[in-house]
Design a protein around this ligand. Structure first.
Ligand SMILES: Nc1nc2c(ncn2[C@@H]2O[C@H](COP(=O)(O)OP(=O)(O)OP(=O)(O)O)[C@@H](O)[C@H]2O)c(=O)[nH]1
Ligand SMILES: [Mg+2]
Length: 307
């Protein structure tokens, strides 16, 4: 028997994805799963809680944990998001740290690197230098070196989550770095989230896409009804919370146009995610200052203890 004939041992483990907001962590997970389970948007801080993405292969199972981007916290919600991200790193079998090549390293990138260095000795860490499609060949070497300097000794692979460059290579390295282990989840599971949680995220992502600046991050979405209507698809009612009356006006828009656009975009994404027709009704409510209100945050599920 040659080496190539030797049956490969089964590998599995939890891969925590870490990085500042907006570098493409959720996009990368969605690309590996071939399906949108994680909300993606051009605005930073799209992901608010940890999400599992489960990739089952013939000889391995990779459980990706998408974490909120680590950033300088401006309110209690931000602190909770950072704390949740950090505890996931400590428990992971492998930490995949994601940077974006679009711009040189930022203070948030340095903050991420410090947190990686603070992990226990011997914790396996791999780097992905995403958005390589946005860098001119002339800048590539210098830009890569600037990121490599942040984490000496860590292998960092340039990749494009959206265009596919080196995506397979990165996955190969991830597999090699995982411990041998069993298949933890059934093959058909791709996430531990319920469809309704994903739907809430997709509604928020739609709002992030369409609204400008201030408002988006003051938004939280609660699903009030999620009913199956069999051949007629699903019926969903959701409440979109904002912090101030003025924001409510902006979200609804002139004659309701903005809310209709958000609803249409979200409905289309939920239909793709769930594979069926969706009827979606969204209402908008003000919950004053919820991002700094400990009790409101707990009610909405932002509790690192309760991840
Ligand atoms: N050009 C290009 N754009 C990308 C790439 N990967 C992600 N993006 C875009 O970058 C933006 C941010 O992507 P996300 O996946 O939401 O980023 P994230 O790291 O999950 O952000 P947070 O959840 O806010 O921490 C989106 O508009 C993506 O389409 C890439 O490889 N190339
Ligand atoms: Mg994300």
């Amino acid at each position: 028997m040659t080496l190539a004939d030797t049956p490969q041992e089964h590998r599995s483990g939890f891969v925590a994805i870490s990085g500042r907001p907006n570098v493409g962590k959720s996009t990368l997970i969605n690309a590996y799963l071939g399906q949108q389970i994680a909300a993606v948007s051009p605005k930073p801080q799209t992901t608010r809680r940890r999400q599992l993405g489960i990739l089952t292969l013939p000889t391995a199972q990779v459980i990706f944990i998408d974490t909120p981007g680590i950033h300088k916290p401006l309110h209690k919600l931000g602190e909770k998001m950072n704390a949740a991200a950090q505890s996931v790193l400590e428990d992971a079998d492998l930490v995949l740290v994601v940077f974006s090549m679009r711009i040189p390293p930022t203070d948030d990138d340095r903050r991420v690197a410090e947190r990686i260095k603070a992990l226990e000795d011997g914790k396996p860490v791999l780097g992905a230098l995403n958005k390589v499609d946005l860098v001119s060949p002339a800048n590539l070497v210098q830009r890569s070196a600037a990121f490599e300097d942040l984490l000496p000794g860590v292998e960092i692979i340039p990749v494009s989550a959206t265009h596919g460059d080196n995506r397979d290579l990165l996955l190969e390295r991830i597999l090699e770095m995982l411990p041998s282990g069993p298949q933890y989840y059934p093959e058909e599971d791709i996430t531990d989230l319920f469809e309704r949680d994903i739907a809430a995220d997709l509604i928020r992502a739609a709002a992030l896409h369409l609204l400008r600046d201030e408002v988006p991050h003051a938004i939280s979405v609660r699903i009030d009804e999620y009913k199956d209507r069999n051949e007629h698809g699903a019926y969903i009612e959701a409440t979109l919370f904002v912090e101030r009356d003025s924001q409510k006006g902006i979200v609804i828009g002139k004659g309701g146009t903005m809310l209709r656009e958000i609803g249409t975009r979200a409905r289309e994404e939920i239909e793709v995610m769930s594979g069926r027709k969706v009827y979606l009704k969204i209402r908008v409510k003000v919950m004053k200052g919820w991002r700094n209100d400990e009790r409101a945050l707990k009610r909405m599920g932002f509790d690192p203890e309760n991840k």
